[in-house]
Design a protein around this ligand. Sequence first.
Ligand SMILES: [Ca+2]
Ligand SMILES: [Ca+2]
Length: 139
Amino acid sequence: MSVGLLDGATILGFIEDDEAFSSSVQDRFAYLDTNHDGILSYSEMLKELQSLRMIETHFGVDVKPDPKELARVYDSSFVQFDRDSNGTVDFEEFKAETKLMLLAMADDLGFLPVQMILDEDSFLKKAVDREDMKLQSGV
Ligand SMILES: [Ca+2]
Ligand SMILES: [Ca+2]
């Protein structure tokens, strides 16, 4: 974990950089796909859903839900990813939903930079790293 400064533009820049975005989505997908069959099952997605849950709590919505409630939250997030409702999440579904989530987050953040605790291999951390690198190289 590290602390980074994040605003909407940083996230948008990251999404719009298709090469950077696609490759980090690919990394994340491969990391979650523990049996390497090219699709994510519910149990493989759980790790991702749990980290999304952490993101929510960072925005101050820290309700301590009971396990049943949490399972419901995971279920409904999974359904959001699984657009064709075939019970698994393929790469295109994963990428599309990740993009939507990041867009929504960029919208929420707006133009005021917010300090956030970032998971080492989260998309937000990658967005911040990318922005830092851009600043350093003066582009
Ligand atoms: Ca799999
Ligand atoms: Ca699907």
